[in-house]
Design a protein around this ligand. Structure first.
Ligand code: G6P
Ligand code: ZN
Length: 544
């Protein structure tokens, strides 16, 4: 066995963001760049020798090379076994599932999530811990600290492993096990949902489903589950073959980037239900016929209807949402008499709540929904949850959402993104708003009066850890909110996100377009933040 120790020098820019280390492919292709980061992960873990690591990615450009390098480094560093997805493919939720099922020590997911791929696109590395969830901040901080002082890494001198054939082989002293990317995950889904009922819905001859995998990782999962297992006709899954550049698309399931699906779902005679997923399969967008379900509403709806779904029929322990996500779920939690938690943006903050049994369902405005079945958000799971509800209620998506609003009131919600803003200008905007914060409370803007203005601080109710600066919140006396934060997942300049929310109990007003209903708040945000001036843009790049 030939273990090489290769000297290297630190890179200054290996700080993990909201969701792992995410950089352009050319950045990752610099000599030693990926190896440094992987060695820094291993160096900051305690006790992994002889243990199992789960490894896979969303199939984007550089996935295969990275898998080979990581296998050889894992073997050289003393891991006992690596379970690697067939062809190097594992969705983020499937990785979480496999880590938990086989009690692995941790997992590495190769993905830049919803960012475009290809030779000039993005690549990323996420480390997940033994509960199957994203590494918490104390782990990512330790990894970052290590990247700043690393001087060498270990690599096994061996030829590439065949990752295209299922089964076990030896790599140095380590076992490499190429696993079916879908099977474990599929089994878990079957244990949660009423597959017979969903199959009856999908094969009743009238219900039509359209699922867009956007040439990303969910293709194999969607084909296996919706078409092969649940009987939806071939062709139900669009763009179902993972491609290294996602077919040139931007695998982010929102109204802008999933435009193919949006066109299908908003034409006359559209299918009954549409869904799209992101690069690594953890995000979802839900559409009814000519109808968009806001992700914040989707969480609230799943919570309100969870008793209809076998895996959740005994009730929910609680619901958790990220701070910028609308408070629609809070109203459901209140009605159900269960706990409701508000966390910073980033799925990792849900981990402790799920582990402690405080929350069962979690969701974010950024098209993420999930539960305690794993420790990641889960796109296919969200669609199955919806289909299970539809199969029981036998109503169109739009009607289910409208009835929900009638019962709970409507939280009008929108997010405006300003992408690729020069970093210094974005920072200046934030400073400008920050400077006004002390004087905002009590101030009126038209019919709105500011009740509070702060920067969200989260104290984890389980371990007491404190996370500062998690987004500027301006709350009004009627419960409306304006939130501003800079994205932690972009790789080009800064992305400014403006989140807008207001509550409308009056059923007669529920049909309003959110952009109209939120018009005053949009104008107030502009008045306070001077977004046009600072960004140099006269409208957002993406509106959700
Ligand atoms: C990733 C994380 C999510 C988070 C989202 C927001 O998808 O997994 O938990 O909500 O990023 O990212 P942002 O770009 O707003 O920082
Ligand atoms: Zn993702």
């Amino acid at each position: 066995m030939n273990i090489q120790t290769i000297s290297t020098q630190p890179f200054a820019d290996q700080k993990p963001g909201t969701s792992g280390l995410r950089k352009s492919v050319p950045t990752f292709q610099q000599p030693n760049y990926l190896a440094n980061f992987i060695q820094s992960i291993f160096d900051s873990l305690d006790g992994y020798q002889g243990q199992t690591l789960v490894l896979g990615g969303d199939g984007r450009y550089y996935n295969r090379e990275a898998v080979q390098l990581i296998l050889k480094m894992a073997a050289a560093n003393g891991w006992g076994r690596v379970k690697v997805g067939h062809h190097g493919i594992l969705s983020t939720p499937a990785t979480s599932c496999v880590i938990r099922k086989y009690k692995a020590f941790g997992g590495i997911i190769l993905s830049a999530s919803h960012n475009p791929g290809g030779p000039n696109g993005d690549f990323g590395v996420k480390y997940n811990i033994e509960n199957g969830g994203p590494a918490p901040e104390k782990v990512t901080e330790a990894i970052f600290a290590r990247t700043k002082e690393i001087t060498e890494y270990k690599l096994l001198d061996a030829s590439d492993v065949d990752i295209d054939t299922l089964g076990e082989s030896k790599l140095g002293g380590m076992v490499v096990e190429v696993i079916d990317s879908v099977a474990d995950y599929q089994e878990l889904m079957e244990s949660l949902f009423d597959f017979d009922r969903i199959r009856a819905l999908l094969t009743n001859g009238s219900f039509r489903l359209c699922v867009d995998a956007m040439h990303a990782v969910t293709g194999p999962y969607a084909h296996a589950i919706f078409e092969q297992q649940l009987g939806a006709p071939a062709g139900t899954v669009r763009s179902g073959t993972p491609l290294e550049d996602f077919g040139g698309g931007h695998p982010d399931p929102n109204l802008t980037y999933a435009h193919d699906l949006v066109e299908i779902m908003f034409k006359e005679d559209a299918p009954d239900f549409g869904a799209a997923f992101d690069g690594d399969g953890d995000r979802n967008m839900i559409l009814g016929r000519n109808f968009f379900v806001n992700p914040s509403d989707s969480l609230a709806l799943l919570a309100a209807n969870a008793h209809l779904v076998p895996g959740y029929k005994d009730g929910l322990a609680g619901v958790a949402r990220s701070m910028p996500t609308s408070a629609a779920a809070d109203r459901v939690a209140q009605r159900l008499g269960i706990g409701c938690y508000e966390t910073p943006t980033g799925w990792k903050f849900f981990g402790n709540l799920l582990d402690a049994g405080k929350a069962t369902l979690c969701g974010e405005e950024s098209f993420g929904t999930g539960s305690n079945h794993i420790r990641e958000k889960d796109g296919i799971w969200a669609v199955l949850f919806w289909l299970n509800i539809l199969a029981v209620r036998q109503q169109p998506v739009e009607q289910i959402v409208r009835e929900h609003w009638q019962m709970f009131g409507r939280n009008f919600y929108s997010r405006h993104d300003y992408e690729e803003v020069a970093s210094d200008r974005a920072k200046a905007l934030v400073d400008h708003v920050q400077a006004q914060m002390p004087t905002l409370p009590g101030k009126t803007f038209g019919s709105y009066t500011v009740e509070y203005a702060d920067n969200f601080i989260y104290t984890d109710p389980v371990d007491g850890s404190v996370s500062q600066n998690q987004g500027i919140r301006i709350g009004f006396t009627d419960g409306s909110r304006l939130i501003l934060r800079l994205s932690g997942t972009g790789t080009k300049g800064a992305t400014l996100r403006l989140y807008l929310e207001s509550y409308e109990p009056n059923i007669a007003k529920h049909t309003l377009d959110p952009q109209v209903a939120l018009g005053d708040l949009i104008a107030i945000a502009e008045e306070i933040a001077q977004i046009k001036e600072y960004t140099g843009m006269d409208k957002p790049t993406v509106i959700t």
